[in-house]
Design a protein around this ligand. Structure first.
Ligand code: HEC
Ligand code: HEC
Ligand code: HEC
Length: 132
């Protein structure tokens, strides 16, 4: 014979699982994260600027990174010249993450909020963050 108690429990668990995305998001009315710029290298900059304008970086850093990869891997290019003439080594780890050494509170926080999960860190090495 079937045990109606078990069936009910099963149904209840099923209902919770199916509706999980709904109530999970209801409870998550958190504001978007403020990208955290508190790193030793950024603190030492005379001008708190990225390699391109903040608006450009916000909207196009993924394209920029992909261009960098192609430049480095396909053309052996080592230097990027920004629009203001400033030169930077083409390197995810040694350039972006030198300033943004707080990857978990900068890159990850923003990506997690938006549900983006770049696979770069399968191969590239993120800096040790310690307790900062
Ligand atoms: C399967 C492994 C792998 C993945 C995944 C990967 N890369 Fe790379 N990437 C490499 C290798 C290998 C090089 C060449 C390193 C070299 O030439 O020293 C490279 C080089 C680069 C470079 C230029 C040089 C450097 O050291 O930064 C950039 C920029 C870059 N990748 C960006 C990315 C980004 C952005 C992602 C995620 C969207 C990504 N990569 C994902 C393996 C990978
Ligand atoms: C010289 C240090 C430095 C380097 C190198 C650097 N950044 Fe930045 N980045 C900054 C600073 C400082 C800001 C904040 C600018 C502001 O507040 O207007 C910033 C802002 C940003 C933003 C916008 C954040 C927001 O508020 O929306 C993104 C995205 C970003 N950087 C990604 C990158 C990536 C990707 C790289 C490598 C291709 C990189 N940065 C290299 C210093 C740097
Ligand atoms: C202000 C928020 C914000 C910050 C800070 C930020 N990103 Fe992003 N990133 C995004 C958004 C939004 C996308 C997805 C855009 C899309 O899907 O078209 C993205 C996408 C990417 C992608 C492409 C992913 C893919 O699979 O195509 C890479 C690579 C990337 N970010 C690297 C970085 C790195 C490295 C940092 C830190 C240095 C960083 N991002 C910081 C918002 C941010």
């Amino acid at each position: 014979m079937y045990d109606s108690g078990k069936i009910l429990t099963g149904l209840l668990i099923f209902a919770l699982l199916v509706t999980f995305p709904v109530w999970y998001h209801l409870g998550r009315a958190t504001p978007p994260p403020e990208p955290d710029l508190d790193t030793p290298v950024i603190a030492g900059l005379a001008e708190k600027e990225c390699i391109e304008s903040t608006e450009y970086m916000r909207a196009y850093h993924m394209e920029l990174l992909k261009t960098w990869r192609d430049l480095a891997v396909r053309s052996g290019e080592k230097t990027y010249v920004a629009r203001d003439g400033e030169k930077y080594p083409i390197s995810l780890e040694d350039t972006c993450l030198k300033c943004h050494s707080n990857k978990s509170r900068f890159c990850d926080q923003c990506h997690n909020y938006l549900g983006v999960d770049p696979n770069c860190w399968n191969c590239h090495v993120a800096p040790e963050e310690g307790n900062r």
